[in-house]
Design a protein around this ligand. Structure first.
Ligand code: GLN
Ligand code: MG
Ligand code: MG
Ligand code: MG
Length: 481
């Protein structure tokens, strides 16, 4: 849609308000609404001077704070009714951020959408036209979220409060939508065990009817009652990042309207599966999939695709600062819960960081890799940009990842892992940030030094606050020491 079409649609559909959407450096969605009568052609030419950027974490200081929101008419969508209990018809538009003026060189270097845009421009240098992205979004929906004393501490306090994984009695079940599904037993149940089927279908209807987002499938996930998954049909880079922001926000809004709470934190429950955001990606030159090679007997994966995989694997630790950006992210990346801990690739192998799905199906259209490390707290714009740059770095420097590993990597001995040169992912946010500190060159043409500095500085602060906070687990473990 162009600006004229947006203005016409505002008239035709009697749109009351336009919500102007943008994200901060962590991918959190922000919104400023304007009545539609205040919008005209000029809004799309000169942008909206509506942003005091000093009030957004990670943006500007008070003495230099004005910023321009430039609405991208292509992202105009009429919002589902749950967005307005007052029964108005509103629409949303994603904005790009500009600093000072509206020419291309003034795009704000801390605008995540701008960073993704800049990364996508690199494709041409490598002879590619576009990339396709397909995330699988996992999340929990609870009745309420209560902070329970740590069940781990309970099992260690000799008779504590009765929770143990063995007995599969979870105190979390009280807070869940249903008590019907036990720890790790939530994969593909039917109704009435799955009480969230209707919720997910309502979400998917709105996604399609309002945002034009198609989904592959929706289902309950492995964890106890409340873990959901929605898989999106692939789309191009910026479009998909906008889609993910839209999905996460819609899920939270619709849960709230039902007096429930949706969370994308990776690991809300000790001892149960966590939430991931597996990210499928493929590289295209027009109609031709640069990852596909029918003559490769093992994986039908081209040498270009292998180098791209090599690039991601070689930068996996640094990438974690973006793909797994919270202290909680590292409670997911542990053995035993289908989450990756080892830096290697495989074919049907779900214990590897990268998987090549349907590796022997001879299908050019669907040849892709699945990066299994990210979780849904990642800022999707930065995630796509960083993954792309890591992959392109692999192509540029011909980083070959060797042959795919077909063994269960969780069970490999330390010796075997050394033999196969399989590294481990960082075990903490600090580890990931340290890696980013020493391995950021592959990002630097797109992510400015200024951006990486402010991002890391704020994330280190978050880590320090976490590390210095006495937790319920520690209190019950050590109070009587
Ligand atoms: N939830 C798992 C993870 O944390 C993934 C489960 C799956 O989709 N197979 O990675
Ligand atoms: Mg899945
Ligand atoms: Mg899943
Ligand atoms: Mg998957």
């Amino acid at each position: 849609m162009n600006a004229d079409q947006v203005l016409q649609t505002i008239q035709d559909e009697k749109i009351a308000f336009i919500d102007f959407w943008f994200v901060d450096i962590f991918g959190e969605l922000h919104n400023v609404g304007m009545p539609s009568y205040a919008i005209d052609k000029n809004s799309f030419v000169n942008g909206l001077e509506k942003l005091d950027a000093s009030s957004i974490v990670g943006f500007k200081s008070v003495n230099n704070s004005d910023m321009i929101l430039m609405p991208d008419p292509n992202s105009f969508k009429i919002l589902p009714s749950d967005y307005d209990p007052g029964h108005r018809t509103n629409a949303r538009i994603f904005c790009d951020l500009y600093d000072g003026s509206t020419d291309e060189s003034s795009r704000y270097n801390r605008d995540s959408r701008g960073i993704a845009h800049k990364a996508s421009k690199k494709l041409g240098e490598f002879g590619f036209t576009h990339t396709n992205w397909g995330p699988e979004i996992e999340f929990f929906v609870f009745d309420t979220i209560n902070v329970y004393p740590s069940p781990y501490a309970a099992t260690h306090s000799y008779g504590g409060s009765g929770y143990s994984i063995e007995s599969k009695e979870s105190p979390w079940a009280k807070g869940n939508v249903s008590t019907a599904i036990d720890i790790k037993e939530g994969y593909y149940p039917s109704q009435p065990k799955d009480t969230l089927e209707g919720f997910r279908k309502d979400v998917c209807d709105d996604l399609y009817n309002h945002f034009g987002i198609k989904i592959e499938a929706e289902h309950h996930e492995v964890a106890t009652s409340g873990q959901c998954e929605i898989n999106l049909v692939y789309d191009e880079m910026i479009q998909m990042a906008d889609n993910v922001i839209g999905v996460k926000n819609l899920v939270k809004v619709k849960a709230k309207r039902k007096n429930k709470v949706a969370t994308f934190m990776p690991k809300p429950i000790f001892g149960d599966n966590a939430s991931a955001m597996h990210t499928h990606q493929s590289l295209w030159n027009g109609d031709s999939n640069a990852m596909y090679d029918e003559n490769d007997e093992l994986a039908q994966m081209s040498q270009t695709g292998r180098y791209y995989i090599g690039g991601i694997l070689s930068h996996a630790s640094a990438l974690c600062a973006i793909s797994n950006p919270t202290t909680n992210s590292y409670k997911r990346l542990v053995p035993g819960f289908e989450a990756p801990v080892n830096v290697c690739w495989g074919l049907a192998n779900r214990s590897a960081a990268i998987r090549v799905p349907m590796y022997n199906r001879n299908q050019e259209k669907s040849k892709r890799l699945e990066y299994r490390v990210p979780d849904p707290t990642a800022n999707i714009y930065l995630l796509e940009a960083a993954l792309l740059l890591a992959g392109l770095d692999g192509i540029k420097n011909k980083i070959d990842p060797g042959d795919p590993i077909e063994e269960n990597v969780y069970k490999l001995s330390a010796e075997k892992k050394r033999e196969y040169k399989i590294g481990s992912l960082p075990v903490s946010l600090k580890g990931a940030l340290d890696s980013l500190g020493s391995d950021s060159k592959f990002l630097e043409e797109v992510f400015t030094k200024d951006f990486l500095n402010v991002y890391s500085e704020l994330k280190y602060k978050e880590y320090v606050a976490f590390a210095q906070t006495p937790t319920a687990w520690e209190v019950s473990m050590y109070a009587d020491a």
